[in-house]
Design a protein. Structure first.
Length: 739
């Protein structure tokens, strides 16, 4: 029986291998096929005794990763071979040196980059995950293909997570949404980005994901008919003009629909552009722009465009290399529809990103947007002295940032992330210019350094040789390049001042008859409630620690015995106090339990999302404030679960009858006589609900209100919301996370 299974499995493996060769984006030579075959044989042999959690042979995983690399990312034989062997060094006796001997240095280098980073000592103050991300990004210095294969590996892991325990699914999905999806976006792999985001949502918010999926299925026929209506109208005119094209209708990704629902505070039915039409046309490179605008003209002859939502990424491509014309038009039945216009070349670059970019770029002298970005990334990684979490936060912000296009005084165009300031612009030209920036002019007018730039602005930088960055500058910039450079300069200054401070402190303590040593330094750090000796020396250097304070320390040091007794007494009192406090907490907040054993622990409710009983929540172990409880859909949840997975503990409500909680409701509608009176009556008459505060305003017939209510759980809250919605004139009632 087992023999037959193995035979069947071997046939399936052979079939997958043939499929891999067939779907390759690059044309494979005979030598390429030999290289791939050899890598395949090495991988099959290395993994022959391994099985995945689902029970299938492990080799199916590297083959699946290689297939994604070959068809969706479009790498050649070297990339495919490395993908097939990406787990070989980690899981078996084979070394990187063996691979170099069997293949070539390039394949070995890629496999080495892909061998997972070994776990270092877990330290509660440093996020392991962020540190691992930083190390992973460092491999970009060697070869961007390492990250591309890593993305394929992550995509396949996300597609096959069903048999994992829930807490692992949430951790991996959060990491994916936090860094891998933005990386795919930045490398121009929009298909992979969408798949990663959808799968990330599937495991972080399963109920929301399943709800949207079922609604998409329900409306599919209607959507298809709608797309066909528009396609039929456009086809007739495009054919008459002799354009060689295909029209594809595609639904927006589940994740992007969810993002729109959240951003606009609307339900699924209220999201208008749930799908897009794509017109992909054949053209030589010379005529691409001309044909794109010809198609624009045909589309807008039939449907009225929204001028504010026209995106021309053909004249100014995104720094990811993405080129297209996006037109949002008013379609039939008064619905907005996005129509994307791309040539076949642009479409390939949008789907394959890096690989297609280089296929079409051969012979071109101009540095691509991707190359510019990779160089900036290398600079950020080399200069980065910040802690890993800050680094990853900064880096992530620059991954997903929308772009603006601004001009230098000479009329050269530069791309910056949306939200960038005039000081960011100075650092984007050159870090030395950034450091010496004294002032900035935008469109000829002198403006503050933190002025947010808009597309089309022309910026001039005024420098001074005596100018130095200050700590305030960190608040004036948004790009990681500028932040890293400013931090580096500030750190150098801090170290210089600290060195002077140490000498000064030594002299001052000598006068007080104290010899400076490690123990004295530690005592002083604790005495002044600082974190490090560098903080201590720096404060002495800038004069914020005065002589009198040092005398106080000396007096305390000479009276250590008395202090010892004092600390014992105060410590006892504090413990007793803490015990009383604990009893109060445990008796009042006994409905939330933590971990698999459902322990009752002390906790605080986080103010960023104000959870109430009945909400889906998790616990986060902070360094100073114990356990903080967040809602699962809290704006900070993805970042916490990804960066600090080892500090997350399961939490759930088991009893919600004892305690009352605050919830904030935002209410909008049409202003009418007696509406306020009706609203307060409905809330007051609702059992177990008290109004804490109410703020209502009406302007030009529109009613806006914010009501803070005290409720016992979310069932009562939902009932209250339903009752408010029934009031004549009320259009929308939503619960607000923040105060």
């Amino acid at each position: 029986m087992v023999e037959i299974d193995i035979e069947k499995e071997n046939k399936a493996i052979a079939k997958e291998y043939k499929e891999l060769l067939r779907i390759s984006y690059q044309t494979l030579s005979a030598d390429d096929k030999k290289l791939i075959r050899k890598a395949f044989d090495v991988a099959v042999d290395a993994h022959q005794d391994q099985r995945r959690k689902s029970g299938e042979a492990y080799i199916f995983h590297p083959i699946a990763v290689a297939k994604i690399v070959a068809s969706e990312i479009g790498l050649g034989a070297t990339g495919i071979a490395a993908a097939l062997m990406h787990d070989v060094v980690e899981d078996t006796e084979i070394t990187v040196a063996d691979i170099e001997r069997m293949f070539n240095p390039k394949v070995a280098q890629l496999v080495e980059g892909l061998t997972k980073i070994s776990q270092v000592q877990k330290d509660l103050n440093v996020s392991m995950q962020a540190e691992n991300f930083r190390k992973m990004l460092l491999t970009l210095n060697d070869d961007v293909r390492v990250i591309l294969i890593k993305l394929a590996d992550r995509l396949h892991n996300m597609q096959t997570m069903e048999s994992m325990p829930e807490h692992k699914q949430v951790k991996i999905a959060s990491e994916t949404l936090y860094i891998y999806a933005p990386l795919a976006h930045r490398l121009g792999l929009y298909n992979i980005k969408s798949k990663l985001e959808d799968l990330g949502l599937k495991y972080t918010e399963p109920a929301v994901y399943n709800d949207i999926v079922s609604k998409i299925k329900e409306t599919k026929e209607e959507q298809d008919a709608y797309i066909k209506d528009i396609s039929d109208v456009l086809q007739k005119s495009l054919d008459e003009e002799g354009v060689d094209y295909v029209i594809k209708g595609r639904p927006k990704s589940i994740y992007s629909i969810r993002r729109k629902m959240k951003a606009q505070n609307v339900s699924f039915d209220e999201v208008y552009d749930k799908f897009a039409l794509r017109i992909v046309y054949k053209s030589n490179q010379h005529d691409e722009k001309f044909i794109a605008w010809k198609i624009y003209s045909i589309v807008t002859d039939h449907y009225r465009p929204s001028p504010s939502r026209l995106r021309d990424w053909i004249s100014s491509p995104k720094s990811t290399g993405y080129e297209a014309l996006h037109i949002t038009v008013m379609g039939p039945k008064g619905r907005w529809v996005e129509i994307q216009v791309r040539s076949e070349r642009m479409d390939e670059i949008a789907e394959k990103g890096y690989a297609a970019h280089y296929k079409y770029k051969q012979g071109a002298t101009e540095e691509s947007g991707l190359d510019v970005w990779l160089n900036l990334l290398k600079e950020a990684l080399e200069n980065s002295e910040t802690n890993a979490v800050d680094f990853v936060e900064d880096f992530k912000m620059n991954l997903y940032a929308k772009e603006i296009f601004v001009f230098t005084p000479k009329g050269e165009i530069k791309s910056l992330p949306k939200g960038a300031t005039s000081l960011d612009f100075a650092f984007s030209i050159h870090s030395e210019i950034g450091i010496k920036t004294r002032g900035t002019r935008v469109n000829g007018k002198l403006v503050p350094l933190n002025t947010e730039l808009k597309s089309g602005d022309q910026i001039e930088i005024i420098t001074s040789p005596n100018q130095k960055p200050t700590a305030h500058w960190l608040d004036f910039v948004t790009t990681s390049r500028a932040k890293n450079k400013i931090r580096n300069v500030l750190n150098e200054n801090t170290k210089k001042i600290a060195e002077e401070g140490k000498e000064l402190l030594t002299r001052k303590l000598k006068h007080l008859k104290i010899t400076i040593n490690e123990q004295v330094i530690n005592e002083l750090v604790n005495f002044f409630r600082l974190k490090t000796s560098l903080d201590l020396f720096y404060r002495v250097g800038i004069g914020t620690i005065e002589n009198q304070q040092l005398k106080d320390y000396a007096a305390q040091k000479s009276n250590t015995l008395m202090n010892f007794f004092k600390s014992k007494i105060s410590r006892k009192a504090q413990t007793a106090d803490e015990d009383i406090h604990r009893q109060v907490i445990s008796s009042n907040y006994d409905m939330l339990v933590f971990g698999i054993d459902q322990d009752k622990l002390d906790y605080k409710l986080s103010t960023c999302c104000n959870p109430i009983p009945g909400d889906e929540v998790f616990g986060f172990v902070t360094i100073n404030e114990g356990i903080k409880v967040h809602k699962k859909d809290c704006p900070n949840a993805i970042s916490l679960q990804s960066n600090y997975a080892y500090r997350i503990i399961m939490a759930r409500w088991i009893d919600s009858s004892q305690q009352e909680f605050k919830a904030i409701l935002h209410i909008t509608g049409m202003d009418s006589m007696g509406l306020t009176n009706e609203l307060t009556k409905v809330i007051s008459n609702n059992m177990h609900v008290n109004i804490q505060s109410i703020s209502l305003s009406g302007e030009a017939g529109i009613f806006n209100g914010q009501v803070t209510v005290i409720v016992q759980n979310n069932i009562i809250l939902k009932k209250l919301i339903d009752n408010i919605k029934k009031i004549d004139g009320i259009e929308k009632v939503t619960r607000v996370n923040k105060n």
